[in-house]
Design a protein around this ligand. Structure first.
Ligand code: ATP
Ligand code: MG
Length: 408
């Protein structure tokens, strides 16, 4: 019997979608970087929440491996960059995963007993060996780390390996800590720059929210030149359509979407991949339950939007203070709320409301909103919402408010 067709859509952090739409250009950019024999450019892959950074990164790994690169890395968190030693040990841990089978020393041990015998003892680049080496190398943490990485490359280059990629997701969580005189982020950048100058083909791939690249530049201005920044944006109309339609194209798929439904999904999702998956998953379930195949049904998108509001936005909104919500509401009213805005524009808009804000107050609050991940400041000092379609959500809340008040 043919397997029943199940809901193919995958809304969720890091879940590979049934069809990865678009992203050809970004993949090609990465492939170009893989052609470098001397690494002068590393990759920053950046974009808003849920735009598809993690799943794209997952598809880059096999491409790199096929091109002869080794791939090490993991998700970062604040705890990685507590101090310089934690970041060094992080790198060594990730490195050891890919090098633990590589033999760097082979000793013949002769045993004389009843029968003369010889045993081969191999020493591999495993975690223990690397950490001991790290401890034995004199100097600062950066000298030790460089020493280890150079040593590892000496062993790797005999193995027909093109280079090694260190790929880090959630890299925006890294930071220097001036107050404690600990500079783990700068250390990472310094070490890679120094190795690359020595023509050691180790490449950094850093993935994270739009705060990432400004953070790297702030830590080390040479990051400007050290990274190619690939910005993942929402999907365009055609790619959104493919993301919606391709997964349900199979003959045995019980759901067919009308042109009107497809258009509505594109419109409401704004082409943001997470929203596409979320809405499609809901629509699919509803249509299947109605047993009609959905061809002539109209998706109940108002209800689905409400569910999205609860699942995706409400938690983030609830964490904002009342005053922050006032400011966010003012920003949502700007015609360029979905784009970039300046402090001055917010101040002007606030004057129209009953709750005006001074410029210094706006600046101050934008800093705290940046820290809580709701807005971010780009390199040119302009701000944007860090959560896709946040403005529309806020405006929806505003419209619903009078009704809610009536309830109480
Ligand atoms: N190109 C794409 N086409 C279709 N769906 C996609 C695409 N990229 C991502 N998705 C879907 O979008 C959702 C979010 O993807 P992912 O977790 O990779 O985003 P992210 O940018 O890493 O988010 P975050 O900033 O929260 O880490 C997942 O459900 C994924 O299946
Ligand atoms: Mg991610």
């Amino acid at each position: 019997m043919e397997k029943p067709f199940t809901n193919p859509f995958r809304p969720g952090a890091g879940h590979m979608p049934p069809y990865l739409a678009g992203r050809t250009k970004q993949t090609q950019e990465f492939q170009k970087l893989l052609e470098q024999t001397i690494v002068t450019k590393n990759l920053v892959l950046t974009g808003l929440r849920g735009v598809g950074k993690t799943v794209l990164l997952d598809t880059l790994k096999p491409i790199a491996v096929n091109a002869g690169w080794l791939w090490a890395g993991t998700d970062l968190s604040e705890s990685t960059s507590i101090n310089e030693e934690t970041v060094a040990l992080r790198l060594i841990t990730d490195l050891s995963v890919v090098t633990s089978n590589i033999i760097f020393d082979r000793q013949i041990v002769r045993t004389f007993g009843f029968k003369r015998d010889e045993t081969l003892i191999d020493t591999t680049l495993n975690y223990e060996i690397l950490v001991n080496l790290f401890k034995d190398i004199p100097g600062l943490i950066s000298d030790k780390l460089k020493g280890i990485l150079e040593f590892v490359w000496d062993c790797l280059k005999r193995q027909n390996i093109r280079g090694l990629i260190f790929a880090y997701d959630e890299a925006q969580t890294m930071a220097d800590h001036t107050e404690k005189e600990q500079y783990p982020l700068s250390l990472l950048l310094d070490v890679f720059q120094s190795l690359q100058k020595k023509e050691i083909p180790f490449m950094l791939v850093m993935v994270g929210l739009p705060t990432l690249f400004p953070k790297l530049v702030e830590a080390r201005t040479f990051s400007e030149r050290m990274f190619r920044v690939v910005f993942l944006d929402r999907l365009d109309e055609q790619d959104s359509r493919d993301a919606i339609v391709t997964p349900i194209q199979g003959e045995n798929c019980p759901v067919k979407l009308s042109e009107e439904s497809i258009r509505l999904i594109i419109d409401i999702s704004g082409g943001y991949p997470y929203f596409v998956q979320f809405i499609c998953k809901e629509v699919y379930d509803i249509f299947v339950q109605q047993h009609t195949g959905g061809q002539n049904l109209r998706a109940p998108l108002d209800e689905i939007t409400r569910k999205l509001d609860n699942d995706f936005f409400a938690g983030r909104w609830a964490r904002a203070t009342d005053r922050q919500r006032d400011l966010l509401t003012i920003i949502a009213g700007l015609p360029n709320a979905d784009d970039e805005f300046t402090v001055q524009e917010v101040v002007e808009e606030a004057k129209k409301s009953e709750k005006p804000f001074s410029a210094s107050h706006v600046s101050q609050m934008l800093v705290s909103l940046t820290n809580s991940g709701l807005v971010y400041k780009n390199r040119y000092g302009k701000y944007s919402f860090a959560v896709p379609l946040l403005a529309q959500y806020i405006l929806r809340q505003l419209r619903e408010k009078p009704q809610q008040q009536k309830l109480f």
